[in-house]
Design a binder for this molecule. Structure first.
Ligand SMILES: Cc1cc2nc3c(=O)[nH]c(=O)nc-3n(C[C@H](O)[C@H](O)[C@H](O)COP(=O)(O)OP(=O)(O)OC[C@H]3O[C@@H](n4cnc5c(N)ncnc54)[C@H](O)[C@@H]3O)c2cc1C
Length: 298
């Protein structure tokens, strides 16, 4: 398996965007089966550059995350990144988890602080644990053997009361600590991404790939819930269109494909290094978008 930093370098040299898919760890055996037997084969036949698998609150999905990464790497031959958070783990426990990842042949980690466990509004580090993602980045870098990604927030992180620019400077600290690339939170107004990217590159001197995270909308209700949780803004014009679609999820999915494809077309014209799709464990929308972009190559 390859280091993702090398994948971005190679794609850049070839003048093409790196395409990546994110999967979450399903809560039910049926969800797990659908992901492994339907979604992953459907998406992986069009050779992504890499995939990534989320890490549940408090490390609750560690086994599942690593098992899914392992399956993607061994059965589908796709380089895969495991997400890893600081929630609920002490430093020695995190060291053990990173060592376990290495033993499984995982070469890429997305180093995250993680969200507070269900119900709590404020993140509290455990005794002997980490408070911020930059500490996790530094630990992984010191342990060695991984390409490290970090999360970036085009509109600023939802909990950062000091505003977006302060949050972007903190992102720079994660990069200085050893991160090789940034994957962003979902956003629906490309101007937010361009402002974020331009500030990081022109004002803060960031040179690592800054990769937009794209969420194809599947339902109006669901996207409202997601954005409420993560703090991303739904532009008024988008909200009006979603209101018109009401509870018709099939229509919302069609609309979401068109909206995301237009977002991607503009992002690609503006030279983004890749597109990271939040697939929500469904293949249909992502495949349609790639088809429209002319990026569906077997
Ligand atoms: C691409 C992507 C994938 C994700 N995958 C997962 C996943 O698999 N599992 C999961 O649980 N969550 C996931 N998340 C969500 C993420 O864990 C949350 O958004 C979390 O609240 C912040 O994580 P972070 O790594 O950005 O934290 P940090 O970079 O630590 O930032 C968290 C907050 O602390 C502030 N901060 C940072 N450094 C300092 C400092 N030195 N002093 C004071 N304040 C500081 C920041 O401004 C921010 O408000 C993902 C997010 C993205 C964008």
């Amino acid at each position: 398996m390859r280091f993702i930093r090398d994948i971005y370098a190679e794609c850049r040299a070839a003048g093409r965007p790196a395409i990546s898919y994110e999967f979450f760890t399903p809560k039910t055996p049926e969800g797990d089966r659908a992901l492994r037997e339907k979604t992953v084969p459907a998406l992986c036949q069009f050779k992504p550059d890499y995939c990534s698998v989320t890490y549940g609150a408090g490390g609750s999905t560690r086994e599942k995350t690593f098992s899914m990464v392992d399956a993607l790497q061994r059965q589908h031959g796709v380089t895969t990144m495991a997400h890893l958070t600081c929630v609920g783990s002490t430093r020695p426990q995190i060291e053990e988890i990173v060592a376990q990842a290495r033993a499984l042949g995982i070469k890429n980690l997305l180093a995250l602080r993680g969200d507070p466990p269900d119900g709590s509004s404020e993140f509290k580090k455990v005794e002997g644990g980490f408070e911020f993602a930059f500490q996790l980045v530094e630990l992984i870098r010191r342990m060695g053997g991984f390409s490290i990604g970090v999360a970036g927030f085009p509109e600023g992180h939802v909990a950062c009361k000091e505003g977006a620019i302060v949050d972007w400077k903190r992102l720079k600290a994660k990069i200085d600590g050893g991160a090789d690339f940034v994957v962003t939170q979902l956003f629906f107004d490309n101007r937010d991404f361009f402002e974020f990217r331009d500030y990081l590159t022109a004002r803060l001197g960031v040179t690592v790939p800054i990769v937009p995270g794209i969420l194809p909308i599947l339902s109006g209700k669901q996207v409202r819930k997601f954005t409420q949780l993560c703090g991303s803004r739904l532009p008024i014009s988008l909200l009006v269109q979603l209101d018109d679609l009401g509870d018709d999820d099939a229509a919302a999915t069609e609309f979401g494909i068109d909206y995301a494809a237009k977002q991607c077309e503009e992002l690609l014209r503006q030279g983004v290094p890749g597109l990271h799709f939040y697939t929500l464990n469904k293949a249909h929308s992502t495949l349609r978008i790639l088809d429209r972009l002319g990026l569906k190559s077997a």
